[in-house]
Design a protein around this ligand. Structure first.
Ligand SMILES: Cc1cc2nc3c(=O)[nH]c(=O)nc-3n(C[C@H](O)[C@H](O)[C@H](O)COP(=O)(O)O)c2cc1C
Length: 427
């Protein structure tokens, strides 16, 4: 199944591994003549590359390169490919443990799936893959510039923080006593261990009406986007875990003439944004690479003990913050774009054309699939000695097409003529 699409609406795919040549994104057919956001891209990548003493010692400048699709500062409408090279990759660091599954990492499960895995820093399962997500979000900035996103750490390891008014100008977005936090992280680092935490995200000025029932609900798509980030283990919206004990009368967000009286729901009801702030919490696990001895097995199933001595974060919260922001932006941009399609108000000629282009793409894909099924039918008929042509079946198809066309207020004769051509094309 193709699963490297970062944004459905904008068709952004990502590629690359931690210790391969590069991490990148590809947009097959971007709209032409868009001013390329050089500064936004640089800024987003710099935010992800934030420096703390608890960060991996891997030194990457994370400068991007445009391989194609931009001319004289504007998109050309042709495939847009942007990469960040892995300049400080050291695959040799992993040679000693290449046949041993690292606990907590994707090594074991990915090996079960593919019977091959890139042991160099986890390959595509590495946190370095998230560079692509940050790049993609930078390209969509203009669409979502009015939405403000705030992220704070509510918990790091065993330290919790409930303050809401203290400044958060530190890489951990920690509102509590940072000296205490750093003392705690120093202890964890000295012990060769690692910690995770709890993040809270709040998106302000999100218009009501985003999200599409019933399988593209905004809450479902945000959850999927977040849970696709390595190390993110859980999400809860609004009052989250407290919903289990709140009575209905307490959990409801009552409404007055001037708006909602509170925000237990986290800004989403029935999967659609209600105009309140979108609020959710994320559980982030501790960095799996620790230098303490841990039990595991090798590819032959023999017991092993492993201590990971490579270059790893003690706490990766500062590097995850820009990634969760990027994924929320991408999800909201997708939802906004879909909403624009049904709302009608702000449609521009470009919007209409890109919607038509997408429909044409889908039509081609359907045609391709139809032809594949027709080929399978042909083989089936050959195997079972059935005649290749079935006049009765074709008559039935045309009858059905005429009925559908009538229901959709299309010209039945034209629909039948198109179907006849399709049948020829599928041969
Ligand atoms: C931005 C980012 C940076 C990461 N850095 C590291 C790291 O330095 N060391 C490590 O062991 N895991 C790191 N991880 C986490 C692993 O990639 C992740 O836990 C692992 O692939 C297993 O996936 P899972 O936790 O989703 O099951 C990082 C994750 C992210 C999102």
């Amino acid at each position: 199944m193709p699963t490297n699409r970062l944004s459905q609406f904008f068709g952004i795919s990502s590629f690359g591994e931690s210790h391969g040549a590069a991490i990148g994104i590809l947009i097959d057919s971007p709209p032409p003549n868009l001013i390329f956001p050089y500064a936004a891209l640089k800024e987003a990548l710099a935010a992800r590359n934030v420096n703390t003493p608890y960060k991996t010692a891997r030194k990457e400048s994370d400068d991007y390169e445009i391989l194609s699709g931009v001319f004289e500062g504007k998109t050309t409408g042709l495939p847009l490919c942007i990469i960040v090279r892995n300049n400080d990759a050291r695959p040799g660091d992993y040679e000693a443990i290449k046949d041993v599954f690292r606990p907590g990492h994707a090594d074991f499960s990915w090996y079960q799936k593919y019977h091959i895995y890139d042991y160099r820093g986890g390959g595509r399962a590495s946190g370095r893959e998230t560079l692509a997500r940050v790049m993609a979000s930078a390209l969509l900035q203009e669409l979502i510039s009015s939405i403000e996103i705030e992220i704070i750490s509510r918990q790091i390891g065993e330290l919790t923080c409930t303050a809401t008014d203290a400044p958060t100008h530190n890489p951990f977005h920690w509102q509590g006593d940072t000296a205490k936090l750093y003392r705690y992280l120093d202890e964890i680092k000295a012990a060769g261990d690692s910690v995770g935490g709890l993040l809270e995200l709040r998106a302000r000025k999100v218009p009501a009406g985003l999200g599409d029932p019933v399988y593209e609900k905004l809450s479902a798509n945000i959850a999927k986007a977040m849970l696709s980030i390595p190390s993110v283990k859980g999400i809860s919206f609004g009052s989250g875990m407290a919903f289990a004990r709140l009575k209905g009368s307490e959990a409801n967000d009552q409404i007055s003439e001037t708006g909602f009286l509170n925000n237990h729901a986290g800004g989403i009801n029935g999967g659609i944004s209600n105009g309140n702030d979108i609020v959710f919490q994320l559980i982030v696990r501790a960095v799996p690479s620790v230098s303490l001895p841990q039990k595991t097995i090798d590819k032959e199933g023999n017991p092993q003990s492993i201590e990971i001595k490579g270059r790893h974060d003690t706490c990766h919260i500062p590097r995850i913050i820009p990634v969760v922001k990027a994924m929320l932006q991408i999800t909201l941009a997708d939802a906004l774009a879909h909403q624009k399609l049904i709302h009608g108000e702000e449609q521009s000629l470009e919007d209409y054309r890109s919607s038509l282009d997408k429909l044409d793409e889908e039509l081609m894909l359907l045609l391709y699939r139809r032809r594949q099924i027709v080929q399978a039918v042909k083989k089936y008929k050959q195997k079972h000695n059935l005649p290749p042509k079935d006049a009765l079946r074709e008559t039935e198809i045309m009858k059905r097409i005429r009925v559908i066309a009538k229901e959709l207020e299309l010209d039945p004769a034209l629909a039948e003529a198109i179907m006849q051509e399709l049948l020829k094309l599928s041969q």
